[in-house]
Design a protein around this ligand. Structure first.
Ligand code: SF4
Ligand code: SF4
Length: 156
């Protein structure tokens, strides 16, 4: 999680403004994963992982943590990301079953999609992800409280 994601000190005036400001998604949003696999495949990207998450993956797969580091992670801009195959698929994605092979131990970045800060800045930002993620805007109701919990887990 980025250092910039934590709560920042603010003045009383700012607090009053924040409390009165309406959030565009205050009535909640809809989301249900269709298991299409789009977010685990395709264009190159990063899936940030920390030591705790790498350890959790190793334990889930019952493999040495060194093997997970070597086979499934890579350094990116001073941080650690999961690795992709040449076609852009995450190395934990099963192309035949179209699913995540570490689903119960998947990283925070995967758990919280699509409720990322970058997707929630405006309604337009949210709408723009619907083309790639058919689950966004459909299915289960997600309340404002649940959205805020998910978006606070990692700064994306
Ligand atoms: S793109 Fe959306 S619907 Fe498709 S697998 Fe990812 S979260 Fe699920
Ligand atoms: S860890 Fe699983 S959910 Fe996350 S990108 Fe890889 S296959 Fe997808």
């Amino acid at each position: 999680m980025s250092d910039s994601s934590g709560p920042q000190p603010s003045s009383d005036a700012e607090n009053v403004q924040d409390e009165s400001a309406a959030t565009w998604y205050e009535d909640g949003l809809q989301f249900k994963c269709t298991q299409c696999g789009n977010c685990c495949t395709g264009a190159p990207g990063v899936v940030w992982v920390d030591e705790e998450e790498i350890r959790a993956i190793a334990e889930y797969l019952n493999k040495p943590i060194g093997e997970i580091r070597l086979m499934h992670t890579r350094p990116v801009r001073g941080r650690v990301s999961l690795t992709e195959f040449a076609n852009g698929d995450c190395t934990f994605f099963d192309p035949r079953g179209r699913g995540c092979t570490i689903y119960p131990a998947r990283p925070k970045q995967c758990r919280t999609w699509p409720f990322w800060n970058s997707n929630l800045t405006t309604e337009q930002a949210w709408d723009s992800i619907k083309g790639d993620c058919p689950g966004a805007g459909h299915g289960d109701f997600v309340s404002l409280d649940d959205i805020e919990i998910r978006r606070s887990v990692i700064d994306m």
